[in-house]
Design a binder for this molecule. Sequence first.
Ligand code: ZN
Length: 224
Amino acid sequence: MNIDEPALVVFSGGQDSTTCLFWAKAIFAKVYAICFSYGQRHHLETDIARKIAADAEIDFRLIEVPFLHELNRNSLTDNSITVDTEIPENKLPNSFVPGRNLFFLSIAAAYAHELGIKHIITGVSQTDFSGYPDCRENFIKSLNKTLNLAMDEDFVIYTPLMHRDKCQIWALADDLGIFDLVRNNTLTCYNGIVGDGCGKCPACKLRKHGLELYLAQKKEPLIF
Ligand code: ZN
């Protein structure tokens, strides 16, 4: 697939959105990145995103969404809450930020409208979605329709990771030639440690499990 038009990537500097950034770079004529500061625990996150985008010569825009953490208490924006290490039964994990993807994609669409961009990419995945409803495909499809109605646009929201688990996301990064960049320079860890992270938080566990599976697969000899 090669599309001679620009695209906008919702970008956080983590494993998933970095993979999406380079996925978009391989397909679209020009790529823009939009990143959000919403009171997340680690301001480092936006610095890392800015650096990855700059190194890849991608136009980077940081938008402040300061009100998001004022609406509710969650472990991603409140240091006094310990991040749930397991998904609680019949309940969303305390790392869920209600409305986050709804706000982010709506803001991204408004910015895309301004830039004359119709292709929007987000790194959500329902395979490893940790219980977050706004990572599911039915939500994204519904929002795509709503944004088109809201702005009289023909936006297409792409979710290249939607049906990929973490192991397959590592494989995609490797295919795109950015395995080392993703492994060493991205920030996924809830404790703010770049690269392989703390190894203990849920985000690190998921990332590490996928990485180990991928590396084990890679070592298997090819069968002819
Ligand atoms: Zn961690």
